[in-house]
Design a protein around this ligand. Structure first.
Ligand code: HEC
Length: 155
C-alpha cells in the first residue's frame, strides 16, 4: 500500500523536476551572445548591402557582374533580364516562400523559384542554389520587399 507520505514525496520530487525543466526552458537561447560594436554592425550591414548591390546588377542584366560571378552564360538566353518582367522586383513575394508552387507542381523555396525563372522564361541554365549569384539575387529580392509581412505558404 502506498503511504500518503511516499505519494507526497513523489509529487514533490516530480514538481522539483518540473521546475528545473521549466527553468531550462525559460533560459533565453542566445544566438547573439556577444554585444556587437558599432564598427562590427556597420561591417555586417555593409556586407549585406554589397550582396544586395550585386543582386541588383544581376537582376538588371549586368553582364560584367554575371561573368564575374560565373553565371554569365546561365542567367538568360533570351536577352531578357529579371527586371524586365519584375520591375523593382515586383511580383516576387519572397515573404510567401516556402510554398507549393503550381508551375513546378512542388513545394518550393525562393531559390527554386529563381531557378524556375532562369530555366523557363529566361531559357537559361539553372544555377547552383548555394552560389554567390543565387545569394545575391535572394538578397536583392528580399531587400526589395523589406517590410512585407511573412506569410509562408501563401499562394
Ligand atoms: C519573361 C518574363 C520573366 C522573366 C524575364 C523573369 N520572370 Fe520571374 N516570373 C515570371 C512569371 C510568369 C512568374 C510566375 C508568376 C506566378 O505565377 O507566381 C515569375 C515568378 C517569379 C518569382 C516568384 C513569384 C511568386 O510570388 O511566386 C520569383 C522570385 C521570380 N520570378 C524571380 C525572377 C528572377 C530572379 C528572374 C531573373 C533571373 C526572373 N524572375 C525573370 C516571369 C519572368
Amino acid at each position: 500500500m502506498t503511504s500518503k507520505a511516499t505519494l507526497l514525496g513523489t509529487l514533490r520530487i516530480s514538481s522539483i523536476g518540473g521546475a528545473i525543466g521549466i527553468a531550462l526552458l525559460v533560459v533565453p537561447a542566445s544566438a547573439h551572445k556577444d554585444p556587437v560594436s558599432p564598427n562590427q554592425l556597420k561591417a555586417y550591414q555593409d556586407a549585406f548591402m554589397e550582396e544586395v548591390r550585386k543582386g541588383d546588377l544581376l537582376f538588371h542584366g549586368d553582364q560584367a557582374t554575371a561573368d564575374a560571378l560565373g553565371v554569365g552564360e546561365d542567367l538568360s538566353k533570351t536577352g531578357m533580364a529579371c527586371a524586365m518582367c519584375h520591375p523593382m522586383a515586383s511580383d516576387t513575394h519572397p515573404q510567401s516562400f516556402p510554398k507549393f508552387q503550381a508551375q513546378m507542381a512542388q513545394f518550393a523555396t525562393l531559390r527554386d523559384m529563381i531557378n524556375w525563372c532562369i530555366e523557363k522564361p529566361n531559357q537559361g541554365v539553372k544555377i547552383d542554389p548555394e552560389s554567390e549569384a543565387m545569394k545575391a539575387l535572394e538578397a536583392y529580392i528580399t531587400w526589395s520587399n523589406t517590410g512585407s509581412v511573412l506569410q509562408p505558404g501563401k499562394y
